[in-house]
Each structure stands twice: as structure tokens, then as C-alpha cells.
Design a protein around this ligand. Sequence first.
Ligand code: PLP
Length: 403
Amino acid sequence: MLLAPAKREDPLKPIYFDHNATTPVAPEVLAAMLPFFSDHFGNPSSVHAAGAEVADALARARSSVARLIGARSPREIVFTSGGTESIQTALHSARCLRPEARRIVSSSLEHAAVLAPLDELGQHGFEALLVDADSEGGVDLDRILSLLDADPSAAQIAFVSLMAVNNETGVVTDIKALAQVSAACRARDIPFHVDAVQRAGKLPIKVADIGCDLLSISSHKIYGPKGCGALWVRPGFKLSPLLLGGPQEGDRRAGTENTAAIVGMGAAAEAAMTYLADEGARERTKALRDQFENGLLACLPGTRVHGGRSVRVDSVSNLGFEGASGEAIVMLLSEYGLCASTGSACSSGNHGASHVLLGMGLDVEQAQGAVRFSLGRTSTQAEVDRALELVPRAVKELRSLAP
Ligand code: PLP
């Protein structure tokens, strides 16, 4: 199609502005993990010294992850294979608690890791009540509350699941509003799960401030390794494991632990706490993102910021470029040496139009023009300066080719 043959314009390392997709493993995380591929190879369930030293390391990692989300005890953390498994363990457990209930309350903005299991449950007699986004990408939490109110006996609602930060727009769900939903759920004995995969490490989060029953996070979004995540479980909440067959994780997730990855996630949680405590570092990320966004708005007419009037995490900018396809922009930028994302997989015949942006009221063409740029802790001024040359160049080139 429109794209010129592959020709990298810049010999420099590609600029990576796709930290919402995944983050690099931080050097201190890698250093913490390496001995667990060699010297410390024991099985943490073994009673001998080789096992015990690894069990100790897992206990330390558990404690770090617990502190990152303000859990009272490390025992509240169950390590999993990632955000997707944490979420699906949560939804499965929530559903098992109220077997007669057939309605699920959530939002149409959720990640596929939530929406796909809800779809699946739809084929087994469940009905998902998905609250829409407002035009700025926020979940209408009053609508969630009114759904709970509309069913005072609450007998029909199996569980509620909501995201804390949207992965495509970076729009933040207000913690106080989540706490209100939590209180309403608690009053009706309805389990409440929060997908905090995109909040952890970017903004502080304390499970006690929300008051939910279950909360999911992922290691590879916080500069830890892929294939590792954590599910926080409120003390007293009865978890129904997805994986059976062993006593690991306090009988809540069978299978020999991914020890190096868990140690890595623990180190990543420590690094995330350091970052979150460093106001200067967070302000720097926000200043770079704002400069990038404002620079593009100033030099590229027909650019809009999706969710720009909402509270967003400091690092994310989801932009729509009139007259150019997001997919083509992302591909051309990749040739120029800048990694970004459309933020959405192809789905439901909309050829890559994001369900989140469509849910915010954009038409298919507008949604197809969107590109998500997500900066990270190591993003630099030089990268932003360069990106401010590359993005306008790519968009102008594609616009000039448009019929
Ligand atoms: N939830 C959200 C909001 C996400 O952004 C992602 C990943 O992009 C997930 C869940 C799934 O996490 P994982 O990739 O660790 O399975």
C-alpha cells in the first residue's frame, strides 16, 4: 500500500514510545533475576537448602509486590503468569461465589482479558451489562451504581469488574468513585474486581483506598519480565483456583513457580515504588508527554487528543490524525525508527478501529486514525525532539497520498 520500502532514516536506536504494550526489563530487575537461572535453581517447595533459599526469595518478592499496592500482608498476593491469568482467576472465583447470579456488571472500555471471558460467559447463560464510556474515555460510574441500585436484592448480579486505568487512552478511573462502587458491592455481597494492570507503577494505588475484593496487576507493564503477574485477594475472600494440582501459592495457584520471573517482579515493584516516590521523575515524564502532545497539536492541524480532558496517567497520549490511518502511521513510524501502537487489535469487522474509541463516540474512520504513544521512565528530551520531527513527517506523507 502506501508504505515506501523499508529504509531506516536514523542510525540511532529506535525510539520506544509503546510502554503500555510492554516495558523493557529494568537493569536492576535483570540483575536480580539472573542468579535464579543458575545458582539458585531450587524448587521452592523442596524442604532442603536449595529450595529454601528460593522460597525466601519468593517471600521477599511477595512482600515487595504487596507493598506496591498497599496490601496489609504478603499472603494476600497470588503470583500468576500475568495480568490475563490474574483477571481470569478473579472472574472465575467471583462467579463461583454466586452460582445462581447471571448478570455481570462491567464497562465496554475493558481490556480483552476481561471482555473475552465475559463474551464466553454470555454463551453459558450470563448477561454482561457493559456501561459505556463518556466522550472523554471515562467510565460512567453513576451508571454502574444505578445498575446495582436497580437490583436491590442484588441476587442477579454475579460480580462487577472495572479497570483502574484504560490501556489505550491512559484515562484514570477515579479511586473515590471505585471506592463507592466497592461499598455498594460490599453492601450487597457482590464480588468486585479491579484491573489495575495499567495503573500499577504509573500512579500510586492502595487496595484499602478502593475496598475491592480482587485486584490484578502484571509484571511486564512495570519493567519486570513477561509471563508473571499478581492477583491481590482480600483476606477472607474465597478464591477458586483456575489451576489445580499442587499446594503452591497457598493452594491458590498450582504449578511450580516461575521463580526467576517472580523475583524479577519483586525487584520491579521495588523500582516502581522508588519511581512513584520521586515526584521529580514523574513530573519529568508528564512534561515530556505534554511537550510531545502540544508540539503535535501546534504543527499538525486535524489532530485530536482522545481523552485529553480527562485525568490521564502521565505517560500516555492517544492521538487522532485526520486523513491518515493509524495503522499506516504506526508502520511508517516504525520504518523511521519510532515504535508506537494503534492500541487495538483488529476486531469485529472494524478493521482495527478500537472498541474503546468507538465506545467514546468516535466514528470508525476517526477511530482508525488513532495512534497511542506511551512514554516511559527512560524516555528523553532528545527522543521527544526527534519524535516531533518524525510524527509530522509521517502524517504529512500519508495525507499527501490520501485520495
Ligand atoms: N489489562 C490491561 C488493562 C492491559 O493493558 C493488559 C495488557 O495489555 C492486560 C490486562 C493483560 O495483561 P498481560 O499482558 O500481563 O496478560
